[in-house]
Design a protein around this ligand. Structure first.
Ligand code: B12
Length: 212
């Protein structure tokens, strides 16, 4: 089943993907497990693009299908809402120059399901736009997303501008995305990093607990 679904995603075969997702649900896979399998398929799509077998249209199509599945009611994360968390605002956005928003959407969806108040600024968000929103909304947490290598520099520019505006002490910053490493995390100057949306949520939950 898993291999078939990965192959269907790799082939960008929408009909088979939807059918196999149905089957996965019927046989008891959780939304989290299905997302993980789909993600492995997306990695294959990315590799095919990298070696020149696929075009940008294939990347786009794979993204559209992934988003379509994520929007299904049954795919919504299962964690229980905690009304306590509604007081905590997380400002989210994909950094300047990067248009990828599926990982960010996953993260926001999970955070919402935990009851956090999410303000999502979308994609290609400039450092100044983040700073303006921090001043206006005073969120406890800033979550920056980026999957392009060039996103690392945009993340650093964002953290630097926050610092320059004297706002760094009032906000915890987590950066998320596949190209992040311990080294790039230190370069950026954030408080935490993760390549996994669910792990990112756990980090934030710990921060909030520490503050209480
Ligand atoms: C779909 C896709 C697209 C779609 C995006 C659609 C959309 N709405 O997002 C479109 C067609 C727009 C696109 C465009 C491009 N893409 Co593209 N794309 C992909 C692809 C195939 C899948 C991405 C995806 O959604 N994966 C599934 C999600 C769930 O994974 P994710 O976003 O990485 O999120 C996970 C983690 O990163 C992390 N995470 C992400 N955000 C956050 C935030 C927080 C707070 C936390 C905690 C965690 C977290 O958690 C998630 C898992 O739980 C990847 C291949 C791959 N291996 O990912 C290439 C890929 C990312 N793209 C790539 C490239 C090169 C491009 C283009 C430059 C191509 C071009 N020549 O134009 C453009 C760039 C446009 C731009 N300026 O951004 C490269 C990037 C190489 C690099 N690292 O620099 C990749 C890796 C493909 C490859 N192997 O070459 N792409």
């Amino acid at each position: 089943m898993e291999e078939l679904l990965i192959q269907a995603v790799k082939d960008v075969n929408e009909k088979d993907i939807l059918m196999l997702v149905d089957q996965a649900f019927a046989t008891g896979y959780t939304p989290e497990q299905i997302i993980e399998i789909l993600k492995r398929g997306m990695d294959c799509v990315g590799k095919e693009y990298e070696i020149g077998n696929y075009f940008i249209a294939d990347l786009m199509m794979s993204g559209i299908i992934f988003k379509e599945i994520l929007s299904q009611e049954r795919m919504q994360p299962t964690s229980s809402k905690d009304d306590q968390n509604a007081q905590d605002t997380i400002l989210v956005g994909t950094v300047k120059g990067d248009l990828h928003d599926i990982g960010k959407g996953l993260f926001s969806g999970m955070a919402l399901s935990c009851g956090y108040h999410i303000v999502d600024l979308g994609v290609d968000v400039s450092p100044q736009a983040f700073v303006d929103q921090i001043k206006e909304l005073k969120p406890q947490i800033l979550a920056l997303s980026g999957v392009l290598h060039t996103a690392i520099k945009s993340m650093k520019d964002t953290v630097d501008l926050i610092e320059k505006n004297g706002l760094r002490d009032q906000i915890k910053i987590i950066v998320g995305g596949n190209p992040l490493t311990l080294e790039t995390f230190h370069f950026i100057g954030a408080d935490a990093y993760s390549r996994d949306a669910a792990e990112g949520i756990k980090i934030i939950q710990n921060w909030i607990k520490e503050q209480e």
